[in-house]
Design a protein around this ligand. Structure first.
Ligand SMILES: [Zn+2]
Length: 308
């Protein structure tokens, strides 16, 4: 069969390169199942310092056995390779753009737009389902969660939500995002999820194992593998608040990721030369993630929290 434009036999795997206009190709592994079924696209490393998903995807290259699959896997461990090797926080270093904010693609744009173009051209058309693996970045602490989209058609959103419930992360968070790799895929009719696990430029064996298990849980949900998992207790976050900075300044956090908060709790203080803003919780809930950095710039997320 044909995957990403490459011919591959049933029960085989193949390392391929996805072309990017005027730049280095993106490396991918394609697994064609022994039997036919759905195709799952797994991407990681859209943000180059979010390591848990990247390492999980690296290992999956040797763990997934195409002879055991009813369907196909397209695995891309590092979408933003220059960001990964240079340790660039949240951006593609060549153009300083956040790849998860530049969709839809533009084939006349800078490198971020060209990578997005490659993803749209060579990955989206084959995907029955898409998972994008992230974590808190090097300046963030985060509690494991999955973002499920509401930007697509209802049937697509529902499919993504159903799959999110099968994962082992403790929180699932509704997302209205539209310009990211997974959120644009949803608008193109592909049920998609963004999983966040790990943070702070770190990774651990436990987190990588949990991430790999989540991939297998999705494969099970899609009937690509013949294995079942018990659902774990998961809380849906229907309302979330994302506090961002409007200018550069100092950030003094007062809470930890995963910490339960009460309405009126002081979450942190944002300070500039002329101003001091105390941020209080608007409702009882839980901290999803926050910035650990002392110095923050315009547009940075300070803290995010939510409630069921
Ligand atoms: Zn990310």
């Amino acid at each position: 069969m044909i995957l990403c434009g490459h011919e591959i036999a049933y029960g085989q795997k193949k390392e391929i390169e996805i072309p990017v206009i005027n730049s280095n190709p993106i490396k991918a592994s394609i697994f064609c199942g022994e039997k036919e079924g759905k195709t799952l696209v797994i991407t990681a490393g859209v943000h180059g310092c979010e390591y848990v998903g990247i390492e999980a995807a690296q290992r999956l290259k040797n763990i997934i056995n195409p002879k055991e699959l009813c369907g196909n896997i397209i695995l891309v461990p590092i979408v933003n390779e220059s960001g990964f090797f240079s340790g660039a926080k949240q951006v593609v270093p060549e153009d300083n753009q956040n790849l998860n904010r530049v969709f839809p693609a533009d084939e006349n744009g800078t490198l971020s737009k060209l990578i997005a173009h490659a993803v749209q051209t060579y990955l989206y058309p084959y995907a029955d389902f898409l998972i994008d693996l992230h974590s808190g970045d090097i300046n963030e602490e985060l509690f494991p969660l999955v973002f499920f989209p509401v930007a697509g058609e209802q049937r697509v959103n529902e499919k993504a939500l159903e799959a999110a419930k099968c994962l082992s992360v403790p929180y699932r968070v509704k997302s209205t995002a539209k310009n990211g790799l997974y959120s644009y895929a949803v608008q193109q009719g592909i049920p998609s999820l963004l999983i966040e696990r790990g943070f702070g430029g770190l990774w651990s064996e436990n987190e990588v194992s949990a991430c790999i298990e989540d991939i297998f849980r999705i494969m099970s949900y899609l009937n690509i593998i013949d294995k079942s998992y018990d659902n774990i207790n998961q809380t849906e976050i229907s309302i979330a608040v994302y506090e961002e900075t409007e200018c550069n300044g100092f950030w003094y956090t007062n809470k930890k990721a995963g910490e339960e908060i009460k309405q009126g709790d002081l979450l942190g203080v944002f300070q500039t030369a002329n101003d001091k803003r105390c941020i209080f919780a608007e409702f009882d809930g839980v901290v999803l993630y926050y910035t650990t950095a002392l110095g923050v710039q315009k547009g940075d997320a300070l803290i995010a929290y939510g409630r069921a």
